[in-house]
Structure formats: structure tokens, C-alpha cells
Design a protein around this ligand. Structure first.
Ligand code: TXA
Ligand code: MG
Length: 315
């Protein structure tokens, strides 16, 4: 069921049921983070590997303090500046945060999402919400209630309708280890903005055998058809025998039907491009094309998060 009833959403969550929640980045699949029963449902519904931890969503910066050992000063600076907003901080967890949320790690991810409905919902709850993106594991994140409904609707109690997501790519993840700040995922807050506040950070977004952000395995955010990133003019020649879908930054390609092309932002605006990215990928995935071709965006600001997702979709 889809609706805007915060009280109903709260009742379901208090009964350990799952509710999809709107955030500024993508929709989340939420459950009571302090109840193992609710959290284990999240893993089941998403078909998510149990080694991949979940982010805690909180209603305020003050609420964050009870779920971590401490918030170092520069992390406080980031929280003060960016919460509510698309920043996830990974800090040493407090003992009472269940292991199932952190997949056994002694670190926990926290964020205060910037969406009025979800902030209001969190105020009505006495517990934080564990919430990964509300998509089947490995697929494209949802940026509208309908995206959630299409894939997970039958398995969750309620979808809280907060409209289309305003940012459209996931939060930037920053892990704090001692004095070091590691970027585990490029996202809705550009790295440049983080560095302008706290100085240089380390990029740590690559996949390894034992990844620090297990959700950042190389192949991710992927549509169900083959996906190739490169120079569009060259790629359309290379794949001319196939039916092609296109993701272009500013301009559609001549010679390909417009209804099979997604232009992310005609004016070259990276924020607009981020908002259109996942919707566009999902749309092309419904067309039954044989291959999707995409070009990279300028590598700064939100362009870095968009490029990261395009590369992962292609991996
Ligand atoms: O914007 C977002 O962050 C969205 C909305 C719903 O808040 N959530 C989201 O969650 O993208 P998810 O689960 O799809 O991605 C979270 C990422 C995963 O790659 C996970 O491995 C990593 O965060 N993560 C979560 N907790 C972690 C921890 N304790 N240590 C390391 N990585 C962690
Ligand atoms: Mg996800």
C-alpha cells in the first residue's frame, strides 16, 4: 500500500513490519534497528548478503550520540554542517547496537535523512530505522514510490509516499578511523565540500575481497541488460547491429530514436543529472533493448558520484 499516513507507518514499524521511507537520496527499506526480527526481514526481502551492514537513520544529530562510542570533533563538524542531509558517518558503535545491523562490524553507519515526512516519522518513534536502499540487492536504487512498489510492493507493509527523491543518488559515506577520514562511497555530498570543511580525505571506494563497504562490490546498481560506458559516437558504431538504449549527459545522439535515449540534463546541470539517473536507467531497462550505452560526466561535484554508479552498472 502506498500513502502519506505517518501514523500508520509508525504503527507498522512498531510492530516490526517493514515500511519504505522517502529520503532526499533514494527510498529506504526501513525496520526497527533495535529489533533483530525486523532487521532480519530487511535482509530477506532485499535478498541481501548478511555480511553487508545497514545504515541507521535518526531524527536528529543529538540522537546519533547514543549509538556510537564517541563522535570525534571533525566528525561533529561534518554532522553539524551536513545533517539532515546525504552524509553517512561510520563510527565505532555503542554496545547495544545489534550485530545484525552492522554485520558483526564494530563500526556503525549513521545518517539523518533530509525529508520532512521521514523526519516527522522518526520523531514518532523511540528507535532508529535500519534502512538500505529499497531495491533487490544489486539492482538500481529507487527514487520514487512506484520504483519500490514495482519490485518490493508485495513484501512490505507500507510505502510512505514522499514524492520523487530530490538528490537521486545515495549518501556519501565517510568512515572515521582514528584521525583518518575515508570516503567509502561517493554520493550526494561532493567530496570537495567535505574537504573544504575538514581538509584532505582518503578515497577508499574500491572493491576488494573483503571490502570495507561491502555494498560497494564492483558490480552494483546494475540494470538487467548489458551496460557499456565510453564515447557514445564510437560505441553506437561498435554496437550498430544491436538495439541500443542511450544515457547521454547533455545531447541526444543523431540516428537513434529519442524514446530510447535518456538525456540527463540539457543544460549540463549535475544536480539535475543525478535526479534523472536512476529513473532513466530503470526506464531503459523496461524497453527490452539489447544493450545500454552511457557516457561519463565531468569528474567533479555530483559528477563523481554519477560516474561511479555508471562504472559499477557496467562492471
Ligand atoms: O542514501 C543512502 O545512504 C540510502 C538511503 C536509504 O539512506 N541508503 C543506502 O543504503 O544507500 P545501502 O544499504 O543501500 O548502502 C549502504 C552502504 C553499503 O555499501 C554498506 O556496505 C555500507 O553502506 N555500510 C553500512 N554500514 C556500514 C558499516 N558499519 N561499515 C562499512 N560500511 C557500511
Ligand atoms: Mg543500496
Amino acid at each position: 500500500m502506498i500513502g502519506k499516513d505517518i501514523q500508520l507507518a509508525a504503527r507498522y514499524l512498531k510492530a516490526d513490519k517493514l515500511v519504505a521511507i522517502p529520503t532526499e537520496t533514494v527510498y529506504g527499506l526501513a525496520g526497527n534497528a533495535l529489533h533483530e526480527e525486523a532487521v532480519s526481514k530487511i535482509y530477506t526481502v532485499k535478498n541481501r548478503p548478511v555480511f553487508n551492514p545497514l545504515i541507521l537513520h535518526l531524527g536528529s544529530r543529538e540522537a546519533a550520540e547514543s549509538y556510537v562510542r564517541k563522535i570525534p570533533e571533525l566528525a561533529q563538524t561534518l554532522a553539524k554542517h551536513f545533517w539532515p542531509g546525504p552524509l553517512t558517518l561510520i563510527l565505532e558503535k555503542a554496545n547495544h547496537v545489534p550485530d545484525i545491523v552492522t554485520a558483526g562490524s564494530s563500526f556503525v553507519g549513521l545518517r539523518v535523512p533530509n525529508h520532512p515526512l521521514t523526519l516527522e516519522l522518526l520523531k514518532n518513534l523511540e528507535f532508529p530505522l535500519a534502512a538500505p536502499s529499497a531495491n533487490p540487492s544489486g539492482y538500481i536504487s529507487p527514487t520514487s514510490p512506484k520504483h519500490v512498489q514495482d519490485q518490493l510492493g508485495a513484501q512490505i507493509a507500507y510505502i510512505l509516499d514522499g514524492g520523487p527523491c530530490q538528490i537521486g543518488v545515495e549518501s556519501t559515506i565517510v568512515k572515521v578511523v582514528g584521525e583518518e577520514f575515508l570516503i567509502l562511497r561517493k554520493g550526494g555530498i561532493p567530496i570537495e565540500e567535505i574537504e573544504s570543511l575538514i581538509g584532505p580525505v582518503k578515497l577508499h571506494t574500491h572493491n576488494t575481497e573483503n571490502p570495507d563497504a561491502p555494498g560497494m562490490l564492483k558490480s552494483h546498481y546494475a540494470p538487467s541488460v548489458p551496460f557499456v560506458v565510453g564515447n557514445l559516437n564510437q560505441l553506437v558504431i561498435e554496437y550498430q547491429t544491436k538495439s541500443i538504449g542511450i544515457i547521454a549527459f547533455r545531447n541526444p545522439l543523431a540516428g537513434i530514436p529519442e524514446e530510447r535515449q535518456i538525456v540527463l540534463s540539457k543544460t549540463g546541470n549535475l544536480e539535475e543529472a543525478a535526479r534523472n539517473l536512476y529513473k532513466g536507467m530503470r526506464y531503459l531497462d523496461t524497453l527490452n533493448v539489447e544493450i545500454i550505452l552511457a557516457e561519463l560526466l565531468p569528474e567533479f561535484g555530483l559528477g563523481r558520484a554519477i560516474n561511479d554508479r555508471l562504472m559499477r552498472a557496467a562492471a
